[in-house]
Design a protein around this ligand. Sequence first.
Ligand SMILES: C[S@@+](CC[C@H](N)C(=O)[O-])C[C@H]1O[C@@H](n2cnc3c(N)ncnc32)[C@H](O)[C@@H]1O
Length: 205
Amino acid sequence: MNSNNAHWEKVYQTKNFDSVSWYTSHLKSSLSIISKLNTDINKSIIDIGGGESTLLDDLILKGHTNLSVIDISPSAIKFLQKRLESHLDKIGWYIGDITDYKFSDNQFDLWHDRAVFHFLTDIESRVKYKNLLYKAVKKGGHLVIATFGPDGPLKCSGLTVERYSAAKLDKELGTNFKLLGSKLEEHHTPFNTSQQFLYCWFQVL
Ligand SMILES: C[S@@+](CC[C@H](N)C(=O)[O-])C[C@H]1O[C@@H](n2cnc3c(N)ncnc32)[C@H](O)[C@@H]1O
Protein backbone atom coordinates (compact mmCIF):
# COMPACT_ATOMS: atom_id res chain seq x y z
CA MET A 1 0.00 0.00 0.00
CA ASN A 2 1.54 3.38 -0.94
CA SER A 3 1.12 6.48 1.25
CA ASN A 4 -1.82 7.79 -0.79
CA ASN A 5 -3.75 4.53 -0.38
CA ALA A 6 -2.91 4.47 3.32
CA HIS A 7 -4.02 8.08 3.76
CA TRP A 8 -7.47 7.48 2.29
CA GLU A 9 -7.94 4.11 3.97
CA LYS A 10 -7.28 5.77 7.32
CA VAL A 11 -9.76 8.56 6.55
CA TYR A 12 -12.57 6.10 5.81
CA GLN A 13 -11.68 3.77 8.67
CA THR A 14 -11.71 6.58 11.23
CA LYS A 15 -14.34 9.08 10.07
CA ASN A 16 -18.09 8.87 9.58
CA PHE A 17 -19.37 9.47 6.06
CA ASP A 18 -20.94 12.77 7.15
CA SER A 19 -18.01 14.13 9.13
CA VAL A 20 -15.53 14.70 6.31
CA SER A 21 -15.05 18.24 4.99
CA TRP A 22 -16.35 17.38 1.49
CA TYR A 23 -19.59 15.86 2.81
CA THR A 24 -22.85 17.11 1.41
CA SER A 25 -26.10 15.20 1.71
CA HIS A 26 -26.75 15.38 -2.05
CA LEU A 27 -24.39 16.37 -4.85
CA LYS A 28 -26.97 18.81 -6.18
CA SER A 29 -24.69 20.64 -8.61
CA SER A 30 -23.35 17.41 -10.09
CA LEU A 31 -26.87 16.00 -10.46
CA SER A 32 -28.13 19.15 -12.11
CA ILE A 33 -25.21 19.30 -14.57
CA ILE A 34 -25.61 15.59 -15.42
CA SER A 35 -29.29 16.16 -16.14
CA LYS A 36 -28.55 19.37 -18.09
CA LEU A 37 -26.32 17.27 -20.35
CA ASN A 38 -29.41 15.19 -21.18
CA THR A 39 -27.78 12.06 -19.89
CA ASP A 40 -30.11 9.20 -20.76
CA ILE A 41 -30.71 6.74 -17.89
CA ASN A 42 -29.05 3.92 -19.85
CA LYS A 43 -25.83 5.85 -20.48
CA SER A 44 -22.72 4.67 -18.72
CA ILE A 45 -21.59 6.98 -15.91
CA ILE A 46 -18.49 6.57 -13.73
CA ASP A 47 -17.87 8.41 -10.48
CA ILE A 48 -14.13 8.87 -9.98
CA GLY A 49 -13.07 8.79 -6.32
CA GLY A 50 -16.71 8.47 -5.36
CA GLY A 51 -15.84 7.86 -1.71
CA GLU A 52 -19.02 7.48 0.32
CA SER A 53 -20.95 10.16 -1.55
CA THR A 54 -24.64 9.81 -2.42
CA LEU A 55 -24.24 10.52 -6.14
CA LEU A 56 -24.93 6.91 -7.15
CA ASP A 57 -27.89 6.63 -4.77
CA ASP A 58 -29.45 9.73 -6.33
CA LEU A 59 -28.75 8.62 -9.91
CA ILE A 60 -30.41 5.27 -9.14
CA LEU A 61 -33.43 7.13 -7.76
CA LYS A 62 -33.60 9.00 -11.08
CA GLY A 63 -33.68 5.63 -12.89
CA HIS A 64 -30.05 5.25 -13.99
CA THR A 65 -29.00 1.64 -14.44
CA ASN A 66 -25.48 1.78 -15.90
CA LEU A 67 -23.22 3.18 -13.19
CA SER A 68 -19.65 2.63 -12.03
CA VAL A 69 -17.46 3.90 -9.24
CA ILE A 70 -13.76 3.74 -8.53
CA ASP A 71 -12.01 4.65 -5.32
CA ILE A 72 -8.52 4.10 -3.96
CA SER A 73 -10.01 3.14 -0.57
CA PRO A 74 -11.42 -0.39 -0.24
CA SER A 75 -13.23 0.72 2.93
CA ALA A 76 -15.12 3.45 1.06
CA ILE A 77 -16.18 1.00 -1.64
CA LYS A 78 -17.25 -1.58 0.96
CA PHE A 79 -19.33 1.06 2.74
CA LEU A 80 -21.05 2.06 -0.54
CA GLN A 81 -21.71 -1.58 -1.45
CA LYS A 82 -23.46 -2.11 1.87
CA ARG A 83 -25.55 1.04 1.51
CA LEU A 84 -26.48 0.14 -2.08
CA GLU A 85 -26.81 -3.61 -1.55
CA SER A 86 -30.16 -3.82 -3.30
CA HIS A 87 -28.68 -2.16 -6.42
CA LEU A 88 -25.36 -3.97 -6.77
CA ASP A 89 -26.21 -5.14 -10.29
CA LYS A 90 -26.51 -1.56 -11.58
CA ILE A 91 -22.97 -0.64 -10.53
CA GLY A 92 -19.48 -1.61 -11.71
CA TRP A 93 -17.19 -1.56 -8.67
CA TYR A 94 -13.51 -0.69 -9.01
CA ILE A 95 -10.87 -0.31 -6.35
CA GLY A 96 -7.65 1.37 -7.42
CA ASP A 97 -5.62 4.46 -8.10
CA ILE A 98 -7.01 6.46 -11.00
CA THR A 99 -3.50 7.50 -12.04
CA ASP A 100 -2.54 3.85 -12.46
CA TYR A 101 -5.63 2.12 -13.78
CA LYS A 102 -7.00 0.67 -17.00
CA PHE A 103 -10.54 0.78 -18.33
CA SER A 104 -11.71 -0.45 -21.71
CA ASP A 105 -11.61 2.07 -24.54
CA ASN A 106 -14.90 3.99 -24.85
CA GLN A 107 -16.30 2.30 -21.74
CA PHE A 108 -18.14 5.35 -20.42
CA ASP A 109 -20.46 8.10 -21.66
CA LEU A 110 -19.85 10.38 -18.70
CA TRP A 111 -16.94 10.76 -16.28
CA HIS A 112 -17.75 12.51 -12.98
CA ASP A 113 -15.06 13.69 -10.60
CA ARG A 114 -15.74 15.78 -7.51
CA ALA A 115 -12.64 16.70 -5.56
CA VAL A 116 -10.17 14.11 -6.89
CA PHE A 117 -8.30 15.71 -9.83
CA HIS A 118 -7.29 18.64 -7.64
CA PHE A 119 -5.09 16.30 -5.57
CA LEU A 120 -2.91 15.63 -8.61
CA THR A 121 -0.25 18.24 -8.01
CA ASP A 122 2.43 16.63 -10.19
CA ILE A 123 2.35 16.73 -13.98
CA GLU A 124 2.98 12.98 -14.42
CA SER A 125 -0.15 12.04 -12.46
CA ARG A 126 -2.26 14.56 -14.34
CA VAL A 127 -1.02 13.25 -17.69
CA LYS A 128 -1.86 9.67 -16.69
CA TYR A 129 -5.32 10.75 -15.48
CA LYS A 130 -6.05 12.69 -18.68
CA ASN A 131 -4.84 9.86 -20.92
CA LEU A 132 -7.08 7.35 -19.14
CA LEU A 133 -10.04 9.73 -19.19
CA TYR A 134 -9.63 10.44 -22.90
CA LYS A 135 -9.45 6.76 -23.83
CA ALA A 136 -12.19 5.55 -21.47
CA VAL A 137 -14.86 8.11 -22.43
CA LYS A 138 -16.59 7.90 -25.80
CA LYS A 139 -16.05 10.77 -28.24
CA GLY A 140 -19.04 13.04 -27.83
CA GLY A 141 -19.34 11.92 -24.20
CA HIS A 142 -18.95 14.22 -21.22
CA LEU A 143 -16.73 15.11 -18.30
CA VAL A 144 -18.16 16.75 -15.18
CA ILE A 145 -15.40 17.86 -12.87
CA ALA A 146 -15.33 19.76 -9.59
CA THR A 147 -12.14 21.11 -8.04
CA PHE A 148 -11.42 23.82 -5.51
CA GLY A 149 -11.85 27.22 -7.15
CA PRO A 150 -9.30 30.06 -7.33
CA ASP A 151 -10.25 31.19 -3.81
CA GLY A 152 -10.67 27.68 -2.43
CA PRO A 153 -8.48 26.15 0.30
CA LEU A 154 -4.87 25.18 -0.37
CA LYS A 155 -5.40 21.78 1.25
CA CYS A 156 -8.06 19.12 1.47
CA SER A 157 -7.90 16.23 3.93
CA GLY A 158 -4.46 17.51 4.94
CA LEU A 159 -3.13 17.10 1.37
CA THR A 160 -2.00 19.93 -0.88
CA VAL A 161 -4.30 20.61 -3.81
CA GLU A 162 -4.13 22.51 -7.08
CA ARG A 163 -6.83 25.20 -7.36
CA TYR A 164 -8.43 26.01 -10.70
CA SER A 165 -10.33 28.71 -12.52
CA ALA A 166 -12.42 27.53 -15.49
CA ALA A 167 -9.80 28.97 -17.87
CA LYS A 168 -6.96 27.18 -16.07
CA LEU A 169 -8.81 23.85 -16.06
CA ASP A 170 -9.76 24.28 -19.72
CA LYS A 171 -6.09 24.88 -20.56
CA GLU A 172 -5.00 21.94 -18.38
CA LEU A 173 -7.35 19.54 -20.15
CA GLY A 174 -6.30 20.70 -23.59
CA THR A 175 -7.83 20.51 -27.03
CA ASN A 176 -9.43 17.06 -26.63
CA PHE A 177 -12.08 18.59 -24.38
CA LYS A 178 -14.54 21.38 -25.17
CA LEU A 179 -15.62 23.47 -22.19
CA LEU A 180 -19.42 23.69 -22.22
CA GLY A 181 -20.00 25.51 -18.95
CA SER A 182 -18.74 26.31 -15.49
CA LYS A 183 -19.88 27.65 -12.14
CA LEU A 184 -18.38 28.54 -8.79
CA GLU A 185 -20.09 27.37 -5.63
CA GLU A 186 -19.58 27.78 -1.90
CA HIS A 187 -19.55 24.39 -0.23
CA HIS A 188 -20.56 24.46 3.44
CA THR A 189 -18.58 21.87 5.36
CA PRO A 190 -19.96 19.99 8.39
CA PHE A 191 -17.67 22.22 10.49
CA ASN A 192 -19.44 25.46 9.50
CA THR A 193 -16.65 26.58 7.23
CA SER A 194 -17.01 27.33 3.59
CA GLN A 195 -14.93 26.21 0.59
CA GLN A 196 -15.07 27.55 -2.95
CA PHE A 197 -15.61 24.80 -5.53
CA LEU A 198 -15.44 25.15 -9.29
CA TYR A 199 -17.67 22.92 -11.42
CA CYS A 200 -16.86 22.56 -15.11
CA TRP A 201 -18.47 20.41 -17.74
CA PHE A 202 -16.83 19.40 -21.01
CA GLN A 203 -17.55 17.44 -24.15
CA VAL A 204 -14.94 14.89 -25.20
CA LEU A 205 -13.91 15.62 -28.79
C1 LIG B 1 -12.30 14.66 -1.22
S1 LIG B 1 -12.87 13.04 -1.43
C2 LIG B 1 -14.28 13.27 -2.48
C3 LIG B 1 -15.25 12.11 -2.42
C4 LIG B 1 -16.47 12.26 -3.33
N1 LIG B 1 -16.10 12.45 -4.71
C5 LIG B 1 -17.37 13.35 -2.86
O1 LIG B 1 -17.48 14.37 -3.56
O2 LIG B 1 -17.98 13.20 -1.80
C6 LIG B 1 -11.67 12.35 -2.52
C7 LIG B 1 -11.94 10.90 -2.85
O3 LIG B 1 -11.06 10.46 -3.86
C8 LIG B 1 -10.47 9.22 -3.50
N2 LIG B 1 -9.13 9.24 -4.13
C9 LIG B 1 -8.10 10.04 -3.81
N3 LIG B 1 -7.06 9.84 -4.64
C10 LIG B 1 -7.47 8.87 -5.51
C11 LIG B 1 -6.85 8.22 -6.61
N4 LIG B 1 -5.60 8.52 -6.97
N5 LIG B 1 -7.55 7.27 -7.29
C12 LIG B 1 -8.82 6.95 -6.91
N6 LIG B 1 -9.46 7.55 -5.87
C13 LIG B 1 -8.79 8.50 -5.18
C14 LIG B 1 -10.46 9.22 -1.98
O4 LIG B 1 -10.42 7.95 -1.41
C15 LIG B 1 -11.75 9.96 -1.68
O5 LIG B 1 -12.85 9.08 -1.63
